[in-house]
Design a protein around this ligand. Structure first.
Ligand code: FPP
Ligand code: MG
Ligand code: MG
Length: 333
């Protein structure tokens, strides 16, 4: 199901703010250098859901000045940070596709993708400075969390650490933290009071985790091309996401086969390099109870977010955020 923004009047407020974000994004990512501009605007122009700016703009509606220019700036900063991490993530994941287009590393080279990510980060830093030192501090904290999550994912769960606890921690760090920052930024820029800012940030934490869990389910369940990315990328990297972790714990024959495919002799994740193995693993996973378990966990995060939303005043923005929660768990791409 698509996102329901409620009345035409409210939908227009949100759409107009998102259009301002789009303009600012392209302006901030452009420079005097032609190849830098082309590479740095590549992913922004390829599309994307603009989930984080949307979240920031909806969170801003709970403040006293939702029309403030700082709201647009905040929403744009968060998307720029997100885009910067995608350039680097696609290098690390060796991902060929992003947003239905070639990733920057496959369109150009790893070097160009890494430098483009750095450029986006530099421009996001310049823009966030206009919001003041507290905003700079929050973005710096969030950025450290993103990088730590990515590091933790790369290193994997250590000895004696429950892999599902490890996974959930990584997912909060690499995705939840930035979506929480989007909520915090949007509501702060609109002058919301501290209690509301905290509640919206908490909702961001939960929706962010749900968003990444659904992303991980889609990496297994989507047909090639449907998500704008290449399915099975996590398996190729040896990254075991929630449905995989559940499936590996099962006692069905398919779980035994999956353990044979996905784990090495020491029981550590084994990256899949053979296409036929990826295809087989994806088929087994899609038929496994691990998928239903992951979907049930996803639903429980959605319920938690909806319960938090019920504590905020009823309003068009509250309705739209509820719809965003439902969209997060129902989306297929
Ligand atoms: C996507 O996960 C990755 C993240 C949300 C976080 C990435 C963070 C970094 C790369 C930190 C370093 C960044 C810079 C600019 C220094 P995924 O691979 O599971 O998602 P995908 O399916 O969208 O690829
Ligand atoms: Mg990736
Ligand atoms: Mg990754």
């Amino acid at each position: 199901a698509g996102l329901d923004l409620g009345t035409d009047e409210f939908a227009e407020v949100v759409r107009s703010a998102l259009a301002d974000v789009e303009d600012l994004l392209i302006t901030e990512l452009s420079s005097g250098d032609q190849i830098m501009t082309e590479a740095a605007t590549h992913l922004a122009k390829a599309g994307g859901k603009r989930f984080r700016p949307m979240f920031a703009i909806l969170a801003a509606q709970f403040g006293t000045d939702p029309g403030s220019r700082d709201v647009i700036t905040s929403a744009t900063v968060v998307e720029m940070i997100h885009l910067a991490t995608l350039y680097h993530d696609d290098v690390m994941d060796e991902a060929p596709m992003r947003r239905g287009a070639q990733s920057a590393n496959s369109r150009w080279t790893n070097s160009i993708a890494i430098l483009s990510g750095d450029f986006l980060f530099a421009r996001a830093s310049r823009l966030v400075s206009t919001l003041g030192p507290e905003a700079v501090r929050i973005i710096a904290e969030t950025f450290a969390e993103l990088v730590t999550g990515q590091m933790r994912e790369t290193v994997g769960a250590g000895e004696g650490v429950d892999p599902i606890d490890h996974y959930l921690k990584v997912v909060w760090e690499k995705t939840g933290s930035l979506i929480a920052a989007a909520a915090r930024f949007g509501s702060m820029a609109a002058g919301a009071d501290a209690e509301r800012i905290e509640r919206l940030a908490r909702i961001g934490d939960i929706i962010g985790i749900a968003f990444q869990v659904s992303d991980d389910i889609i990496d297994i369940s989507s047909a090639t091309g449907d998500s704008g990315k290449t399915p099975g990328t996590d398996l190729r990297e040896g990254v075991h996401t929630l449905p995989v972790l559940y499936a590996l714990r099962g006692d069905e024959p398919s779980s035994a086969r999956l353990r044979g495919l996905l784990l090495d002799d020491a029981g550590n994740p084994r990256p899949l390099t053979v296409d036929a193995e990826v295809t087989e693993a994806l088929e087994l996973l899609n038929a496994s109870p691990g998928m239903a378990q992951a979907n049930a966990k996803l639903q429980s995060f959605a319920d938690e977010a909806l319960a938090e939303l019920a504590q905020l005043p009823d309003s068009p923005a509250n309705g739209a955020l509820s719809s965003l929660v439902r969209y997060t768990i129902d989306r297929t791409g």
